[in-house]
Write a protein that binds this ligand. Structure first.
Ligand code: ARG
Length: 470
């Protein structure tokens, strides 16, 4: 008996690669290897890539004009079917690429079978992913800019609104609320720059790498790159089909941004609490409790804080997916989609929630001011004042420390003490001390670029707005 008995091929074999196989795929294996339910999300990019590939093949004389015309019409029809919900997706066809290719051949016959000339699913999926992520980055960038604009607007409105600045979550020195919001904007500005960088680095066309080594057909990689809006073709075919750095880099950008949003959420949650009452969140962004009638919970912010976890998870998943993979393409890479899709969705939704929320936050300047006053936050200003009167900073620090201890005991702030009371701790103190102990004087004194003085905040807001426009 021969080693490979010439068994008849399984009847009705729908596998586009079934030629060399003697038995049908195990039912569970088929289900296990299928990705169509997930990667169908790439249909538009898959069709876009196929159109560019076919156009190039025709220009190079590999396809006739009539074959190209049929392929174009067929793919457009398929796109319409998918968008109308009438496309017959099949897990038997494994993935989005073979679902579309099989449907094309079913529609137009012989010409459909020529589309895959000089191409592999390996360069195809790498192209689809880059096209998809590029679009996502553009949308996400739009939400990010919207959020930054709202932060800058609020910062301008609250350039002179005083709140306690914290270190260790203990009142440290007074700052302006506008300054705090612009600190958030700085974090987001770096996120926006990272995202732009990621986009520029991913914008190269893998098409033409084929399975791994390139293709003997007279392809024009420059042309497909240009048709798809890529900067240029990628430089190495092995790298082109195996590289998923762009997905990892995006997840790293998303993780940093979500980490920032999580910090911002945490601060807003604290500030909206009964213990702070610095801000009130709009009802439409909060939910109630089914048991405690008084509750108004900041669920949206809590969810943003919580969703950072899944984004960090996506980053870890992709790093681990790629670690130790030999060149070139391995099926492991099929697992790249869920983490990437999820990171993009999460980032976009969280930014959207924040961009909608920020302009609707109601600020309570009086409560913020009272909190700044209550925390002895001008103690450093008093120490600096004593240095100007000739004391060494350490001696000034000790004298003010004693004054603070006295204030805690008496339940009064430094500014509430009489001149005589203050002079007990340091005889060099004069009546001009009260200007220094005032919150407004304290913030106005930090009047240098990057400082919290209202004038600086206004200038910084203007510069931040200009950066957004550039
Ligand atoms: N569905 C596959 C993926 O997402 C497409 C590439 C498959 N290539 C292959 N040689 N099996 O990675």
């Amino acid at each position: 008996m021969s080693k490979h008995p010439n068994k008849p091929k399984p009847a009705g074999d729908s596998r586009l690669w079934g030629g060399r196989f003697q038995e049908s795929t195990d039912a569970f294996v088929q289900q296990f290897t299928a990705s169509e339910a997930i990667d169908r999300r790439l249909y538009a990019q898959d069709i876009q890539g196929s159109l560019a590939h076919a156009t190039m093949l025709c220009r190079q004389g590999v396809l006739s004009d009539s074959e190209l015309a049929q392929i174009k019409a067929g793919l457009q029809q398929i796109k319409a079917d998918i968008e109308a919900g009438t496309f017959d997706w099949s897990p038997q066809r494994e993935d989005v690429h073979m679902n579309i290719e099989a449907a094309l051949t079913a529609k137009i016959g012989a010409a459909g079978k020529k589309l895959h000339t000089g191409r592999s699913r390996n360069d195809q999926v790498a192209t689809d992913m880059r096209l998809w992520l590029r679009e996502q980055i553009d949308q996400i960038g739009g939400e990010l800019t919207r959020l930054q604009r709202h932060l800058i607007e609020q910062a301008e409105q609250h350039a002179a609104t005083i709140m306690p600045g914290f270190t260790h979550l203990q009142p440290a020195q007074p700052v302006t609320f506008g300054h705090h919001l612009l600190a958030w904007n700085e974090m987001l500005q770096r996120d926006a720059e990272r995202l732009r960088d990621c986009r520029a680095r991913l914008n190269y066309s893998p098409l033409g790498a084929a399975a791994l080594a390139g293709t003997p057909y007279p392809i024009d990689r420059q042309m497909t790159a240009q048709l798809l809006g890529f900067t240029a073709p990628t430089r190495n075919s092995l790298d082109s089909v195996s590289d998923r750095d762009f997905a990892i880099e995006f997840c790293a950008c998303a993780s940093l941004c979500l980490m920032h949003l999580s910090r911002m959420s945490e601060e807003l949650i604290l500030w909206a609490s009964a213990q702070f009452r610095f801000v009130a969140l709009p009802d439409r962004f909060c939910t109630g409790s089914s048991i405690m009638p008084q509750k108004k919970n900041p669920d949206v912010l809590e969810l943003v804080r919580g969703k950072s976890g899944r984004t960090f998870g996506s980053l870890m998943a992709l790093l681990t997916l790629m670690k130790s993979q030999p060149l070139a393409y391995n099926r492991d890479n099929q697992e790249d989609k869920e983490p990437l899709f999820d990171a993009a969705d999460t980032m976009r939704d969280c930014l959207r929630a924040f961009a909608d929320l920020v302009p609707a936050i109601a600020v309570d300047p009086a409560t913020m001011r009272a909190a700044a006053k209550a925390g002895f936050s001008t103690a450093t200003d008093l120490a600096d004042y004593l240095v100007r009167k000739g004391l060494a900073f350490r001696d000034a620090h000790a004298a003010v420390g004693r004054a603070v201890a006295h204030g805690i005991e008496q339940g009064k702030d430094l500014a509430d003490m009489s001149l005589a009371e203050l002079q007990e701790f340091c005889p060099q103190i004069d009546p001009d001390v009260f200007a220094v102990l005032e919150l407004d004087g304290s913030v106005a004194a930090r009047n240098h670029p990057g400082g919290t003085a209202p004038d600086q905040v206004r200038q910084a807001a203007q510069a931040a707005r200009q950066r957004l426009a550039d």
